[in-house]
Design a protein around this ligand. Structure first.
Ligand SMILES: [Zn+2]
Length: 127
């Protein structure tokens, strides 16, 4: 039987914060889930959520791309200008990985490079 011994977690550069890697409580959505959310029919629903008192800002200020709730419009707008948000937009511009693409890459059919997807910061309406 093979025993896998985990070594070098605490000093490793790759895993800067191992406790965060294992935590699931604050786990955010994966990129492919967000791509799904960005479809107009889903986006519409997410941006017009019903009041939920369990969530920050009662679920009224949601960033689609980062799958995060904000307390008010001001914080949401500030968030749009932050590095986290911009990095996320950039990440989202890569087309989601599909089975079709995997097959093309594996020589089944001609390979077509993934296309850039136009992703823009959602509109926020002033009330
Ligand atoms: Zn964001």
């Amino acid at each position: 039987m093979t025993r896998s011994k985990q070594v070098g977690n605490h000093k490793s550069d790759k895993k800067k914060n191992i406790s965060k890697l294992w935590k699931t409580k604050r786990r955010v959505k994966d990129i492919d889930q967000i791509h799904h959310d960005l479809r107009p029919e889903n986006a519409e629903r997410l941006l017009n959520q019903e009041l939920d008192y369990q969530l920050p800002g009662n679920a009224q200020h949601y960033c689609l791309h980062c799958a995060r709730y904000f307390v008010d419009l001001k914080t949401l707008k500030e968030h749009f200008r932050t590095k986290v948000h911009k990095r996320r937009i950039k990440q989202l511009k890569e087309e989601p990985y599909t089975q079709e693409e995997a097959e093309r890459a594996a020589g089944m059919g001609s390979y077509v490079a993934p296309q850039k997807v136009e992703v823009e910061t959602q509109e926020v309406e002033m009330k």
